[in-house]
Design a protein around this ligand. Sequence first.
Ligand code: IMP
Ligand code: MG
Length: 175
Amino acid sequence: MAEKIEVLIPEEKVTERIKELGEQISKDYEGKEIHMICILKGGVFFMVDLSKRVSVPVSLDFMSVSSYGNGTKSSGVVRIAKDLDESIEGKDVIIVEDIIDSGRTLYYLMDILKKRNPNSIRLCTLLDKPERREKDVTVDYVGFEIPDEFVVGYGLDYAQNYRNLPYIGVVKGVE
Ligand code: IMP
Ligand code: MG
């Protein structure tokens, strides 16, 4: 791995922000139960930490959608690699994603999931790159808005590496 990683958001800031999001979500869903859907693999680290900060009952499920190859550019192809294990009918769903970039993945996914008749469905992302948006998706909870740079860590990868970094970093020297 020859790339250089520069810290963009340090670990303490990520932890603090996730705590705030957890408190906000707990308030918004008072008296309800939340069914969190993690978008694999990138959303795992965020969902684990976020769900621990939510005080209402939470159930979890996982889905894997691929829209990217091993590089940093979108292939434009979105495919369900692993579907949910449980039905979302009548549930209050929060989709937990690592990053919204072009918005293509979530635009496609929200459409599919809405047809499965959840009671409600919201989107929560750790990172948002609004400058890169191509598809209009409503993001209900955002950890951090970031500039148009390729980032890794806290679940985000570059060719499957760096997901386990405890902070968000920018990869230098990639196209
Ligand atoms: P979108 O469909 O363009 O919004 O792409 C979303 C997906 O692309 C995310 O779930 C990530 O897996 C990946 N992605 C987009 N930007 C980055 C980045 O800066 N670093 C790592 N992965 C990224
Ligand atoms: Mg992803």
